[in-house]
Design a protein around this ligand. Structure first.
Ligand code: MSP
Length: 643
C-alpha cells in the first residue's frame, strides 16, 4: 500500500472564502477521495495562514486581540469546508503551538549552521505585499522615484537573511532533472526563466517587532518575528511531524502534491525548495499550479464586486452539482471562466438530462417491469453487439479516469464518464425496454435493464469522489449499500446481484429553470386567464389534436413571492420533471397539492410568468369564484396522453 500526502495552500485567515479557495480545496478533496478508493493511505492537509500585517491591522481596527480575531475568522473556512463535504485529515492554523515550535526549531537549526545571517538592509519595501523590492520590480515612469508610489517606503534596518542565493544553480539543475517537480510544464518553464535570467538574492526572513509584532518570534532574537512566508510554507512539514515525530514524518514526507494557484508559484518553487534543501530534506514530488477562476472574462476582485460566493450555488443547486461543475469545467492548469449561464447549462445538460434521466429511467423501469429487483440474465447477456459496444464505452471511461488522475486532467476523465452515460441513454432508446416489457419473453427486457444498471453502477463509482452524496444515493437505490465503491469492481461485469431489491427512483438532479423577476402586473393577469379556463371559440378536430394534453403528477408546490394568486409547481410527466406556474393559489393550499394527478397542456411554448419559467399549463374548471383542477379518475401513470 502506498501513501499519498496532498496539501492545499493555507489561506489567509482574514479573507472571505470565495470560489478560488473552494476550488483548490475541492480538487484536493476529489484527489484524496480517489486515492482512498484506490486503497492508498492518504493524508490531506489544508488550513489557514494567520500571521502578518493584515491580520494585525484588521484586529486593531476591530479593537480586539489578533488571536481573538483569527479564532473568529478561521470559522468561515472551517464551516465552508464542512458544507462542501471536504474530507481533510487535518486543519493547520499557523498560530498553533505544534506549528510555531517547529518553525522556531527549523530557524534555530538554520541559524546555527549559518544558513541564516544578520545584515543591514537599506532599500525599498512594499507595505502592501510586505516584501522588499528593487526598483526593477516596480513599474516606474521615467524619472519617478519609488517612494512616490503610496505603498512603497524606504527602509533602513537590520534583518535576518536566508542564504537562498547560493542554491540558484542547484535549483536550476534539480528542476531540469525532475520534470515532474513543477507541473504543468509551462509553469516549470516560468520558474526556470525566472531563475536563469537574474541573480537569485538572499531572502529576508525577519521583520522587526517595532513594525510588526503579530508573528512567530525568532528563537535567536526576540526583537524580531518571522516573515509570513517562511512561517507559512513550513506547515507542510510541521503537521506531518518534522522535528516532532520522526516515524510519522518519514511516513508522509515528501508530499505527493502541493496544489497551488498560479499566483504563488515563486514562493513554492523557489523559496520552498531552497528552504528544504538547506534543512536537508527531500522536495515534494510535485507542485501543481492551477489557473484562475475568472468572473466571465475578468479577474475576480472584491472592489469590482464580481467575486463568486460558493454558498450561493450550494444553496441553489446543492453541494454535489457545485463540486461537479468546478471539477468538470476547469482544464487543470488553464484559467476557467465562471458564469451563471455556464453553470446552469452544464447542470441541466450533464446532470439533470443525461445522468439524472438515465438514473430515473433505469430505476423506474426495473421497479415497474422487473418486480423491483435486479433481473436475472443469462451468462451471455453481455455478448450482444449493442451490449458489447456500451460496455466498451464504460470501460473506456474507467481507463480515462485512471489516466487523467495521473495526468491531472480530471475534467477529461469526467467528460468520458458522461460520454458513457449518453451512450447508455442511447442504448435504452434503441432497445426500447418499454416495448420489450410488453413481450411475453422477458429475457430481452431483463438483458437491457441489467446492462443499463451495470453501466450506472460503474458510473456511480467513477463519479463518487466528485459527487459523494448523490452517487451514494444512486448506489443505495441500485442495492449496492452505502459503503462506497470498491474501485476493483469498476472493471468487472456482473457485480449487481440478481434478485436484489432496488430503492425508489428518486429524482437525483431536478431540472433547473431560471427564475428572474421582472414584474409587469399585467402579465400576471394575463396568465391567470390562460391558466384558468380557456375562452375557446369554434375549432376543428385538427386544431384540437395539435394540443398535447397529458397526465401529470404534482411533486411539489410553493407560493411565488409577491404574487398572491400564483403557485410554482414541479410536476412529473412520464420520465421528465417540469415546472409550471398556475394561478390557483386562492383556491388551493400549496401543501395539499403534492401527489395529485392533473392534466396539462404539454406542448405549450415555455414562457415566463411573473419572472418564473413555466413549461406548460394545467387545466382547471372555473365557474364564477369556484375553480377546480381537472384531475384523472382512478389510477393512471403520469405522462399518459389525454384526448
Ligand atoms: N497564505 C497564502 C498561501 C500560503 S501556502 C504556504 C495565500 N493565501 S490566499 O488566501 O491568498 O490563497 C491563495 C490560493 O487561493 C491560490 O493559490 C489559489 O489556490 C486560491 N485562489 C484564490 N483565488 C483564486 C481564483 N480566482 N481562482 C483560482 N484559485 C485562486 O496565498
Amino acid at each position: 500500500m502506498s501513501t499519498f500526502y496532498i496539501t492545499t495552500p493555507i489561506y489567509y485567515v482574514n479573507d472571505l472564502p470565495h470560489i478560488g479557495h473552494a476550488y483548490t480545496t475541492l480538487l484536493a478533496d476529489v484527489l484524496a477521495r480517489y486515492h482512498r478508493m484506490l486503497g492508498d493511505e492518504t493524508f490531506f492537509l489544508t488550513g489557514t495562514d494567520e500571521h502578518g500585517q493584515k491580520v494585525q491591522e484588521a484586529a486593531q481596527a476591530r479593537g480586539v486581540s489578533e488571536q481573538v480575531h483569527v479564532d473568529e475568522t478561521v470559522q468561515r473556512f472551517q464551516e465552508l469546508w464542512e458544507k462542501l463535504e471536504i474530507t481533510n485529515d487535518d486543519f493547520v492554523r499557523t498560530t498553533q503551538e505544534r506549528h510555531t515550535r517547529v518553525v522556531q526549531g527549523a530557524l534555530q537549526d538554520l541559524f546555527d549552521r549559518d544558513e541564516i545571517y544578520k545584515a543591514e538592509y537599506d532599500g525599498w519595501y512594499d507595505v502592501k505585499s510586505e516584501t522588499f523590492v528593487t526598483e526593477k520590480d516596480l513599474d516606474l515612469a521615467e524619472g519617478q522615484s519609488p517612494d512616490e508610489l503610496p505603498h512603497i517606503k524606504r527602509i533602513k534596518e537590520a534583518n535576518y537573511f536566508f542564504r537562498m542565493g547560493k542554491y540558484q544553480q542547484w535549483l536550476i539543475d534539480y528542476i531540469k532533472e525532475h520534470p515532474s517537480f513543477i507541473q504543468p510544464d509551462f509553469r516549470r518553464n516560468e520558474t526556470l526563466g525566472f531563475l536563469e535570467n537574474q541573480a537569485l538574492t538572499d531572502l529576508c526572513i525577519s521583520r522587526p517587532k517595532t513594525r510588526l509584532s503579530w508573528g512567530i518570534e525568532l528563537p535567536f532574537d526576540a526583537d524580531y518575528v518571522t516573515y509570513v512566508w517562511f512561517d507559512a510554507l513550513v506547515n507542510y512539514i510541521s503537521v506531518p511531524g518534522y522535528l516532532r515525530d520522526e516515524e510519522m514524518f518519514n511516513r508522509w514526507w515528501p508530499a505527493e502534491y502541493h496544489l497551488i494557484g498560479k499566483d504563488i508559484l515563486t514562493t513554492h518553487t523557489v523559496y520552498w525548495p531552497t528552504m528544504l534543501k538547506a534543512m536537508g530534506l527531500p522536495l515534494p514530488k510535485t507542485v501543481f499550479a492551477h489557473g484562475w477562476w475568472l468572473s466571465g472574462k475578468d479577474k475576480m476582485s472584491k472592489s469590482d464586486g464580481n467575486v463568486v460566493n460558493p454558498m450561493d450555488y450550494v444553496e441553489a443547486f446543492g453541494v454535489d452539482p457545485f463540486r461537479y461543475f468546478l471539477m468538470a469545467e476547469m482544464a487543470l492548469g488553464q484559467d476557467a471562466s465562471f458564469t451563471h449561464e455556464k453553470f446552469v447549462k452544464r447542470y441541466n445538460a450533464d446532470l439533470a438530462n443525461d445522468l439524472g434521466n438515465l438514473s430515473s429511467r433505469v430505476l423506474k423501469m426495473i421497479k415497474a417491469n422487473c418486480d423491483g429487483r435486479i433481473p436475472e440474465v443469462p451468462a451471455d447477456a453481455l455478448d450482444g453487439a449493442e451490449e458489447k459496444a456500451l460496455w466498451a464505452a464504460t470501460q473506456a471511461a474507467v481507463s480515462k479516469m485512471e489516466e487523467t488522475l495521473e495526468a491531472m486532467r480530471l475534467d477529461l476523465g469526467i467528460n468520458e464518464v458522461l460520454t458513457a452515460v449518453r451512450a447508455c441513454n442511447k442504448y435504452l432508446e434503441q432497445r426500447a425496454p418499454w416495448k420489450q416489457a410488453k413481450e411475453d419473453d422477458k429475457t430481452p427486457l431483463y438483458q437491457t435493464m441489467y446492462t443499463a444498471a451495470e453501466v450506472l453502477r460503474v458510473v456511480s463509482s467513477l463519479l463518487f469522489p466528485v459527487m459523494p452524496a448523490k452517487m451514494r444515493e444512486l448506489r443505495v437505490a441500485l442495492g449496492l449499500g452505502d459503503a462506497g465503491p470498491d474501485i476493483e469492481h469498476a472493471r468487472q461485469w456482473g457485480v449487481l446481484v440478481p434478485g436484489t431489491e432496488i430503492g425508489p427512483p428518486g429524482i437525483l438532479f431536478p431540472r433547473h429553470v431560471e427564475e428572474k423577476k421582472q414584474e409587469p402586473p399585467m402579465q400576471e393577469k394575463n396568465v391567470e386567464n390562460t391558466e384558468g379556463v380557456q375562452d375557446v371559440s369554434t375549432i376543428t378536430l385538427d386544431d384540437f389534436t395539435r394540443v398535447e394534453l397529458k397526465t401529470a403528477e404534482i411533486l411539489t408546490a410553493e407560493r411565488i413571492e409577491d404574487a398572491e394568486k400564483l403557485l410554482k409547481l414541479q410536476v412529473k410527466v412520464g420520465e421528465e420533471t417540469r415546472q409550471l406556474v398556475a394561478g390557483i393559489a386562492l383556491h388551493y393550499a400549496a401543501e395539499d397539492l403534492p401527489g395529485r394527478k392533473i392534466v396539462i397542456v404539454a406542448n405549450l411554448k415555455p414562457r415566463k410568468v411573473f419572472g418564473v419559467m413555466s413549461e406548460g399549463m394545467l387545466l382547471a374548471a372555473r365557474l364564477g369564484d369556484n375553480l377546480r383542477l381537472v384531475t384523472v379518475d382512478g389510477e393512471q401513470e403520469s405522462g399518459a396522453r389525454v384526448g
